[in-house]
Design a protein around this ligand. Structure first.
Ligand SMILES: O=C(O)CCC(=O)C(=O)O
Ligand SMILES: [Fe+2]
Length: 277
């Protein structure tokens, strides 16, 4: 598979289309192409920028700043078999709005790089992260780390995105969000599944991507009787503004990763919305 195309904020280069080895990917209309905007008070006025009009008249400056997610593309379903499936929406958030979210998240989220315990060894997590959740949602813990849960109201654009994803993905509801920032190609997430018991047996996880394209791999978990074969692996390029949904038994039966891309020198921000039961 070709390396992801690198895109720095404001350098609008070409991005790769989704590449999937799957033969069962079909184009299904899962969302309407409606304009999504003007949602909720908290998120409406979070950012007010003054824009000088063409006459340079300060008094007639136009105010803008409503975060909207724009026109949505339809989702492509990939059936993984045995009740697992993923859906890829290449343009869930429009290009320019996507960069505004990117800029906000990059500069406002309190990113940290915690120390994890993996196979008994301490190591620094190879990416930045942050956790946001409803008050009262069960604590998240992974690799010996329990992230502090920030409130949604501290970051109003996240409420805009939460509503957009809940509206765009039929039947979805979320109360927590794990944010990841990959500062360059050496940042990654290794093979894992999000199968913590707090999410129940069939979690629906919706993953929004901003910034640099990165490949995302899915691989069937090994079972005693069966070795992995070609058809048990899929790869997607998660583009700026795209939404990737995993549902059914995907976390029970599959693992996923965002591998290193050593030549890459640009930032990617990923948001995974989850429902803690
Ligand atoms: O960055 C991504 O696309 C995936 C992140 C992920 O797998 C996770 O946060 O569990
Ligand atoms: Fe994950």
């Amino acid at each position: 598979m070709a390396d992801a195309v690198c895109e720095n904020p404001r350098k609008r280069n070409r991005m790769l289309e989704q590449t999937s080895k799957s033969t069962s990917t079909s184009d299904l209309m899962l969302t309407s192409n409606s304009k999504f905007g003007g949602i909720g008070n908290a998120s409406d006025n979070w950012m007010k920028l003054k824009l000088k009009n063409s006459l340079g008249n300060e008094e007639e400056d136009e105010e803008y700043g409503k975060m909207e997610t724009g026109r949505r593309s339809s989702g492509r379903i990939t059936e993984l078999g045995n009740g697992s499936e993923v859906i890829y929406y290449p343009t869930f958030i429009t290009y320019d709005e996507g960069w505004r979210f990117f800029d906000y998240l990059n500069s406002h989220i309190p990113w940290t790089r915690p120390t994890l315990r993996v196979f008994g060894r301490h190591c620094v997590q190879p990416r930045d992260s942050c956790y946001v959740a409803d008050e009262g949602a069960a604590e998240l813990g992974y690799s010996g780390h329990k992230p502090h849960a920030y409130s949604w109201h501290q970051f109003p654009p996240l409420i805009t995105l939460l509503k957009a994803v809940e509206e765009g993905v039929p039947g979805s509801r979320f109360n927590s969000l794990l944010l990841n920032r990959y500062k360059g190609g050496n940042d990654y997430v290794g093979w894992h599944s999000d199968d913590e018991s707090i999410y129940g047996p069939t979690p629906l996880i919706a993953s929004l991507s901003f910034g640099c394209d990165r490949p995302f791999y899915l691989k069937k978990k090994k079972t005693k009787n069966k070795k992995c074969s070609e058809c048990d692996q899929h790869s997607f390029t998660l583009k700026h503004g795209s939404l990737f949904v995993m549902r059914g038994y995907t976390q029970r039966d599959w693992i996923h990763s965002v591998p290193k891309r050593s030549k890459l020198d640009a930032v990617r921000i990923n948001l995974t919305f989850r429902l803690v039961l």
